[in-house]
Write a protein that binds this ligand. Structure first.
Ligand code: ZN
Ligand code: ZN
Length: 191
């Protein structure tokens, strides 16, 4: 049975999935994300690394897709970081990615998984967001179908970067921590 699309706001620190790298520089600067998703639609997405030794599949749409313009995401992912957020049990991985662990803004570890052969960054699991993972948009085979609905850290944004109007919410850095509960509630509704 297909559930209703639901909308809400998600808030947390930069260490959360949208900003996979975290870091003390952004400690206590929470993010504010727009959520839009359905579940149980039988839509299947898949992807993997450039060399093909790691693949993943999911029966779900992302809980949210968001863009982070911060300089740390830029270093890790290119000009901009775009993450698709899933529940950590919603994506099946085959192959063995290498893990790079660092402390995020909350001082809790973020585990970034990448292919040790070709270097493709695949997904990240921030410990502060137990139960969630952020799959890097570019790792999907059908990545063109995902568009960010929100962006954060626009004060760090590349001046030449534009979107097609898909981004409905933009934030310089901010949001409110207590909104985290909204994501949890929305995730519950997916089930
Ligand atoms: Zn970031
Ligand atoms: Zn690879």
């Amino acid at each position: 049975m297909r559930s209703q699309p639901h909308f809400g706001f998600f808030v947390g620190h930069c260490v959360l999935p949208i900003c996979l790298e975290g870091g003390v520089e952004y400690a206590h600067k929470p993010i504010f994300l727009f959520i839009s998703n359905t579940r149980g639609t039988m839509i299947k997405h898949q992807g993997g690394c450039h060399c093909g030794q790691i693949r993943f599949t999911t029966e779900y749409d992302p809980i949210m897709v968001a863009q982070c313009n911060c300089s740390r995401c830029r270093r890790l992912f290119g000009a901009v970081g775009v993450s698709t957020i899933f529940g950590s049990n919603e994506v099946e991985i085959t192959g063995t990615p290498k893990k790079y662990t660092f402390n995020g803004g909350s001082s809790m570890p973020v585990h970034l998984y990448f292919c040790s052969e070709c270097g493709t960054r695949l997904y990240a699991v921030p410990e502060v967001m137990e139960g969630f993972m952020g799959v890097i948009l570019g790792a999907f085979d059908d990545s063109v179908q995902f568009e960010p609905r929100a962006e954060i850290f626009t004060n760090y944004k590349m001046k030449w970067l534009r979107d097609n109007g898909c981004i409905k919410e933009s934030f310089e850095e901010a949001a409110v921590m207590e909104r985290l509960q909204a994501l949890m509630e929305n995730l519950d509704q997916r089930g």
